[in-house]
Design a protein around this ligand. Structure first.
Ligand SMILES: NC(=O)c1ccc[n+]([C@@H]2O[C@H](COP(=O)([O-])OP(=O)(O)OC[C@H]3O[C@@H](n4cnc5c(N)ncnc54)[C@H](O)[C@@H]3O)[C@@H](O)[C@H]2O)c1
Length: 471
């Protein structure tokens, strides 16, 4: 990867593809001392944090540096900020923390880099806000756990799914005791051929980079179950395989020769054309010559080492059992959770996209809600959510799910406020720390081992370096 030299702050040079800058906070609202943030990994995900610092939290936070190996992606974020921030190569992380007097590094680099980046930032004397998954394997967990023990510094995990009002509502139902003590959970997550396919186009498709979907994606879901139940996983059995994406499956299904990448291939519902989206083009296509990172690889190209169909059984410490499944090539996207308790049952059903529709050329429509009469209005599988609660000897009732303003039903705004202003008092315990991150990835790490050996795996035997039962 290209080394990126440090630069002194200077006004950004206007570029034709410069993104619209996020709205800045009025100067009067800014106190003298703001917390100094750097971002490690200025790809897709970094934008949520960058915009939050530039917008709602500009009075308490400021951006002072990028750690990013690709100069084109750092340029895109400079344009968004409206200034050229000092930028550092990953090898110079410690120098960035020292020279820029960084208080906190937001880690939005690929999953396999998290353990290295987090541990080095802590050792360099700054705190961390890290995207899920905390890391991808047991070594990574140990490395982070040791660094926290050594430095006593803070690691905040951003589990945004907890903040989604429907997931919060289910936590409220369980915590209220209305369904009694939880005895088992059944959780099915369906990723469709738009969202699910996207994990087979870039670094996620290789287990060494993402830990596979049971780590990369399901750490969200396992965190939800851990949090809903206030319990910890103790034993995991898993089975899974690559049965849809990848070159072997394409061959078996007779798909024939396919272009190596999506860009320029109209009429293929599995192709992602980076030129159709200015942001994707700037962040990835125009950045490719620096590091060879191809964002739009064919989902049926060779090299996929992750599974696309997975089933997991998890035993929890207090006795509940989780049955979980993840499918990454479903025709619709959403999830179903059933929670059985000694006094009744709760059922959460969510349809996020009722169907993947194709345009006149045969391309998948990325935002079907923009299609008149599209799947959002489907009478059979309308987009929506429903939380039912039914106690023994009673009829089912619908539990209200509050509707908030903004992305993810207002959940993202609360998460970002907790991150940048410190957690507000929350009886639901939504703010998450590194131990929640270890608990969440412990299931996927154990599942990966179980899929290799065919045996159940005890979480305590993984050597994660942390006591998951600690409060
Ligand atoms: N919570 C969510 O819903 C959610 C959504 C998307 C992504 N994420 C997480 O955010 C992270 C980033 O995902 P993304 O889609 O933005 O990926 P991305 O590939 O678009 O961006 C990652 C960036 O990190 C840079 N990078 C690579 N190695 C680095 C290193 N050692 N140090 C610093 N930077 C490095 C890359 O050049 C790239 O610019 C992942 O961990 C992912 O799981 C979370």
């Amino acid at each position: 990867m290209t080394d990126v030299p440090t630069t002194v702050p200077q006004p950004a040079v206007a570029r034709p593809d410069a993104p619209e800058a996020a709205p800045a906070q009025p100067a009067a609202a800014q106190p003298a001392v703001r917390r100094r943030y750097a971002v490690a990994g200025t790809g897709h995900r970094a934008q949520m944090y960058v915009d939050a610092v530039l917008g709602d939290h500009a009075d308490v936070a400021e951006l002072v540096a990028w750690c990013e190996p690709n100069p084109a992606r750092a340029d895109w974020y400079d344009a968004r900020v409206g200034a050229s921030l000092p930028r550092y190569a990953p090898a110079d992380l410690e120098r960035m923390v020292a020279e820029q007097r960084v208080d906190t590094v937001v880690v939005t680099s690929p999953d396999h880099t998290h353990a290295d980046v987090v541990a080095r930032v802590l050792d360099a004397g700054a705190d961390v806000v890290v995207e899920k998954p905390l890391t991808i394997d047991a070594n990574g967990c140990r490395r982070i756990t040791d660094a926290i023990a050594r430095t006593g510094r803070d690691v905040v995990m951003t589990f945004n799914y907890r903040y989604s009002p429907r997931n919060t509502a289910l936590r409220e139902v369980i915590a209220s005791g209305v369904i009694g003590e939880v005895t088992s959970v059944h959780f099915e997550w369906a990723l469709d051929t738009v969202h699910g396919a996207d994990y087979f186009r870039r670094w996620h498709r290789e287990k060494v980079h993402s830990g596979g979907l049971l780590v990369h994606k399901s750490s969200h879901h396992f965190d939800l179950v851990n949090w809903w139940l206030s319990d910890v996983p103790v034993r995991v059995y898993a089975s899974g395989a690559l049965r849809f994406y990848g070159d072997k499956n394409a061959e078996v299904r007779g798909l024939g020769e396919r272009p190596a990448r999506g860009t320029g291939n109209a009429g293929d519902p599995f192709a992602l054309d980076l030129t159709k989206d200015a942001r994707l083009q700037a962040l990835y296509l125009d950045a490719e010559h620096h590091d060879g990172y191809v964002r739009d690889q064919d989902v049926f190209a060779p090299g996929v080492t992750i599974q696309d169909n997975m089933a997991v059984l998890v035993d929890y410490r207090r006795g509940a059992t989780l049955t979980y499944s993840l499918n990454a090539h479903s025709p619709w996207e959403g999830y179903r959770v059933t929670v059985n308790g000694t006094a009744g049952r709760a059922e959460l059903e969510v349809v996020e996209r009722g169907a993947v529709v194709l345009d006149a050329e045969g391309n998948a429509v990325l935002d079907p809600s923009a299609t008149p009469g599209g799947p959002a209005a489907d009478p059979v599988r309308p987009e929506g959510e429903r939380l039912l609660v039914q106690r023994h000897w009673e009829r089912a009732t619908e539990h209200p799910i509050p509707v908030g303003e903004g992305s993810h039903g207002g959940g993202d705004a609360i998460l970002l406020s907790d991150v940048f202003r410190g957690p507000s008092p929350d009886p639901l315990g939504r703010p998450a720390g590194f131990l929640d991150g270890v608990r969440a990835v412990s299931v996927g790490i154990a599942a990966n081992q179980s899929m290799l050996t065919g045996q159940p795996v005890r979480v305590a035997d993984l050597g994660l370096g942390a006591d998951l039962t600690a409060p």
